[in-house]
Design a protein around this ligand. Structure first.
Ligand SMILES: Cc1ncc(C[n+]2csc(CCOP(=O)(O)OP(=O)(O)O)c2C)c(N)n1
Length: 323
């Protein structure tokens, strides 16, 4: 692709990386209750996919979803406030890490239920297309989701009704501690073939490669093609969940972790920039995140008396996060 903006892609992967590192600090400080699933190492996928989408396009994400929300354009300060459970958060502090959403930038939500986000996105894109809106969608899921009935049902309906959804599998080799080979019969691409969906594999550590494969799929989908699947091969650099920082689980050989970490999407994209440009972006990201942490910690916690507010949908029109 000739229209890849390497600086923009670098900024996004760097922002997600440093956001996650800040979030881990805030877990340790007790400001984020319950911990998080760090997206460290997988940043190139969210950045690359969202770089090929328009503002009005829709995404849904996973329990490891901060990168998806940020890459689509949510405000890092309000996202961090959300993680800290503050009323200034994207969802008034009620969604938290695994349910953050920002409808204003097309993020219909991270999702704690493995395999659910694909069904939600398929329904949402179908509804918007029926209304006449020229939108497409991308939904992220892990290799652990590919045997979930809900996701396979979404494949089926999306293919049957030709809903323009890009199913993005973030194959990091493990579902919690379970290796792919111990859980997945056949292949992930083979599941797409069963529903007549085109499938492509991509190096998830290379943001530009992800962006290119997504842009090609999105162009076909906008031209009337049906859904497609992309299997992005990646590696989770950190814990499945921050609880692992207390309880070390011995499921990944140290050599494998070292090899995985040696292909860092931040460095791969950073190497495409002149050093001074990279340093400038890094400094800007640090300043933005320092302000984001201050904003997050300055926000009040919700009043316990309001615990039952906002439980029911108030209307069908899109709203901005927290609006
Ligand atoms: C339907 C459902 N089953 C089980 C869980 C518990 N769970 C949370 S994360 C996870 C592993 C998911 O692995 P994968 O989809 O590969 O994503 P990754 O964590 O590797 O990003 C499981 C089993 C869940 N949240 N939802």
């Amino acid at each position: 692709m000739t229209d890849v903006d390497p600086v923009r892609l670098y900024r996004t992967v760097r922002l997600i990386r440093r956001f996650e590192e800040r979030a881990i600090d805030l877990v340790r400080a007790g400001e984020i209750v319950g911990g998080i699933h760090p997206y460290l190492g997988q940043e190139g996928i969210a950045a690359g996919v969202c770089a090929a989408l328009r503002d009005e396009d829709l995404v849904t994400g996973t329990h490891r979803g901060h990168g998806h929300v940020l890459a689509k354009g949510a405000d890092p300060a309000r996202m961090l406030a959300e993680l800290c459970g503050r009323v200034t958060g994207l969802n008034r502090g009620r969604g938290g890490s695994m349910h953050a959403a920002d409808f204003g930038v097309g993020v219909l939500g991270a999702n704690a239920i493995v395999g659910a986000a694909g069904a939600i996105l398929t329904g949402a894109v179908w509804a918007r297309r029926r209304r006449g809106d020229d939108v497409v969608g991308a939904t992220f899921f892990g290799d652990g989701a590919v045997n979930e009935g809900m996701l396979l049902e979404a494949f089926n309906l999306a293919a049957l009704w030709r809903v323009p959804v890009l199913f993005v599998c973030e194959n990091n080799g493990y579902a919690t501690t379970m290796p792919v080979a111990g859980a997945v019969a056949g292949s992930i691409a083979g599941r797409a073939a069963a529903f007549g969906m085109p499938a492509a594999a991509v190096d998830g550590q290379d943001p530009e490669a992800v962006r290119d494969v997504t842009a090609a799929a999105v162009a076909r989908m906008r031209a009337g093609g049906g859904p497609e699947l992309v299997e992005a091969h990646t590696y989770r650099f950190d814990a499945h969940h921050t609880f692992e920082h207390q309880v070390r689980l011995d499921y990944r050989p140290p050599e494998e972790v070292a090899a995985g970490r040696s292909r860092d999407p931040v460095d791969i994209q950073g190497a495409r920039l002149p050093a001074p440009v990279r340093a400038e972006v890094d400094a800007a990201v640090e300043a933005e995140l320092a302000a984001a942490v201050d904003f997050a910690l300055a926000g009040p916690h919700p009043d316990p008396a309001s615990a039952l507010d906002h439980l029911y949908a108030s209307g069908r029109t899109a709203r901005t996060g927290g609006g």
